[in-house]
Design a protein around this ligand. Sequence first.
Ligand SMILES: *Cc1c(COP(=O)(O)O)cnc(C)c1O
Length: 345
Amino acid sequence: MIVDLRSDTVTRPTPEMYDAMTRAELGDDVLGDDPTVIQLEDLAAAKMRKEAALFVPSGTMGNQVAVRTWIKPGEAVILEQDSHIQFYESGGISAHAGAMTWALPSKNGVMDPADVRGRVTAGNIHTPATQLLCLENTHNRAGGTTIPLETMAEFRKIADENGMKVHLDGARIFNAATYLSVPAAEMAKYADSVMFCLSKGLSCPIGSLIAGPAEFIERARWNRKRLGGGLRQAGVLAACGVFALNNLVDRLADDHRRAREFAEHLNTIPGISVDMSGQQTNIVGATTDGAAVEWQSSLEEGGVRCFATGPNRLRFVFHREIDDERLARAKEAVSAIRKELSSAH
Ligand SMILES: *Cc1c(COP(=O)(O)O)cnc(C)c1O
């Protein structure tokens, strides 16, 4: 049995999704007449309480398109230094949007509002115009941590005072909503645009959405086409998204419970630890005494897959395909590795 904790993106479509794919009414989405894509976009806009939404092939493209749509080349974006947009998108916003970034540190993925306020530069002969604030909720590299709603409100206020837009990278916004026990729209309301992924905990094979004002989405559609992200019978994918949004959001709490149980188990094992103050959702970020890559390869031999995200950092992500049996298997595997490592020393 392989227990794949590398990412929640490894989740495969459910039987109901295959069924929905075969039944989906299709059109040509570049021509604007795929009814299933339209249904998904309307549903996504309603969930985020925004005027409109746009289906995109990936979360990365969603973020790229959003930033590109909000700013002009040479303008500045404030974001967290380990955010997905800054760290994991191959320098895309510099290439696609011509953005310059003010990348700020954070605690558990949450920037200090005072730092954000202090970094806003006015567009003049010396400094770039800071036009956009990007937030990430939950924060991937920080270990699935959420931004408290009061802090979201503070960020909104800073943006309004400075004539800036706010883009929320909510790849896992439903995990955040589950943890904070609020509808996702309660977080999205502090942002002008929001991106969320269908292909992570929601188990879809492909796809993300961006939601925002109708006028923004219209320009985003043009930017998506420009990047080659216009898809034809995309309704086969959208059908999975409709199913996921209607049926797979409530079960995310199970992933959070299993992640916490696993994190607590790691804390009973010498040489590996998890800071429980950041243990909120489906990602477990562990610190190892020895090299994380050694833990990773030993675990792999034991049938448990994870990622080393730093010299002493391991990441385990819980998702729909990890049931209680696989959780138990993963716990056993870490205990066994530990015995192996200590007998070798
Ligand atoms: C995964 C992720 C993305 C990008 O999604 P892809 O579909 O893999 O391109 C964006 N932001 C965050 C925070 C993510 O975790």
